[in-house]
Design a protein around this ligand. Structure first.
Ligand code: FAD
Length: 389
């Protein structure tokens, strides 16, 4: 027995020429279209709606979807790269792309029927933002204690009732994967995934949260009040929703890892630029060895986190189980992100504590990595179970 979770295959973190070209294209897009909007989106706590059609035009909202459905026909590494690059400017702008690709399109590509793929994938790649609705007020870490209920109607259709909380993209989404329990007597084995459109009767979006970080990303309550859902909109087998939820979050965690390394890199880049300009004691701050070593340590830890995220990405692409390595990548990337962004604020001194510089935003945006798609404790639980088995 071994606790070496990479031993099955060597890490394959090198990027191909196609992936490098893609990274350059997303970096150009980020610098040209996202970065100039960040301050205003942060102030307004709202994603600039003109940005969303640009995501679709560039193919960022359907990266892994085959071209026959209007997608970009890319791979998971391209999702990682896109989320990382956009997060270098704004983790809030990146999370829409992340949720669409990992939490919405992954389960659609894996579990949707041919009819569901034909009806929804072309729209999800061109103009339809999606969301993933698992969490509720009473069920966060204990996600499968969810209280939303699905009642069979006899003709194969269902009626959904309940409330979802904390749903990313809630304000913009037209398409929701909603998890509800269709047979509570069976416990988590009653959980089923449903495709719900914003326009369905009885469905509405409630309160939008006022958050510490990723403020331009919408986080909303969803209200399901006797929502009729046709039989054709059950996603995957009835009673298999827990499996779909878990597998989807396994891929999703890679995206959060990517968001965290991008956010940390953005903060480090901003700090380095400042250190080269700012003079104290007659020389640039970057010339003091005490500061150089802090920056070197941060860059090293960031590189380690990046390699873990890329490695889990490649493992997923090759069909390996990433429950543990994905949890490790998310856990470590979010820890490194908190350390690096905190250091960046310190390295800018008083300026770092103001909104005149981007590092305070990177610092606030870092915290979410330890909370969503499973808190850090939940990642540790997954890892501990595997190591100690
Ligand atoms: C900005 C934002 C966006 C989100 N987006 C989505 C989304 O799109 N879709 C969605 O479904 N959900 C979403 N969530 C919900 C998110 O996944 C949950 O907040 C998260 O899973 C934690 O659940 P909770 O908030 O109920 O915390 P709790 O589960 O109440 O946890 C509170 C604390 O207790 C700890 N804890 C709990 N149980 C244990 C245990 N057994 N052992 C040790 N420690 C434990 C946790 O680690 C945490 O520190 C989002 C949340 C936020 C804040």
């Amino acid at each position: 027995m071994t606790n070496d979770f990479s031993s099955q295959r060597p890490p394959l973190t090198t990027l191909t020429d196609d992936e490098l070209a893609f990274r350059e294209a997303v970096a150009d897009f980020t610098n040209g279209e996202v970065r100039p909007r960040v301050q205003e989106m942060e102030r307004a706590a709202k994603l600039d709606p003109t940005l969303i059609p640009k995501y679709f035009e560039l193919g960022l909202m359907g990266i892994q979807v085959p071209e026959q459905y209007g997608g970009a026909g890319g791979n998971l590494m391209m999702v990682t790269i896109a989320v990382e690059e956009i997060s270098k400017a704004d983790a809030a702008a990146a999370i829409m792309v992340d949720v669409q690709n990992t939490l919405v399109l992954y389960p659609m590509l894996t579990y949707a029927s041919d009819d569901q793929k034909a009806r929804y994938l072309p729209r999800l790649c061109t103009d339809m933002v999606g969301a993933y609705a698992l969490s509720e007020a009473v069920s966060g870490s204990d996600a499968f204690a969810l209280q939303t209920r699905a009642t069979a109607q006899g003709d194969g259709s269902w009626v959904l009732n309940g409330r979802k909380l904390w749903i990313t993209n809630g304000a913009e989404a037209e398409f929701f994967i909603v998890f509800a329990n269709a047979a509570p007597e069976k416990g988590y084995k009653g959980i089923t995934a449903f495709i719900v459109e914003r326009g369905f009767t009885g469905f509405s979006v409630g309160k939008k949260e006022d958050k510490l970080g990723i403020r331009a990303s919408s986080t909303c309550e969803l209200i399901l009040d006797n929502v009729p859902v046709p039989a054709a909109n059950v996603l995957g087998p009835v009673g298999q929703g827990y499996k779909i939820a878990i597998e989807t979050l396994n891929e999703g965690r890679i995206g959060i890892g990517a968001q965290m390394i991008g956010n940390a890199q953005g903060a480090l880049d901003a700090a380095v630029a400042y250190l080269k300009e700012r003079k104290q004691f007659g020389k640039a701050l970057a010339e003091f060895q005490g500061i150089q070593f802090q920056v070197a340590q941060a860059a090293t830890e960031l590189e380690a986190a990046r390699l873990m995220v890329y490695n889990a990405t490649r493992q997923k692409e090759t069909g390996m189980d990433i429950a543990v390595t994905g949890a490790m990548a998310k856990l470590y990337a979010s820890q490194v992100c908190q350390q690096v962004t905190s250091l960046a604020v310190e390295l800018l001194g008083g300026a770092g504590y103001t909104k005149d510089y981007p590092v305070e935003k990177f610092y606030r945006d870092a915290k979410i990595g330890a909370i969503y798609e499973g808190t850090s404790n939940m990642q540790l639980q997954t890892i501990a179970k595997a190591v100690l088995k």
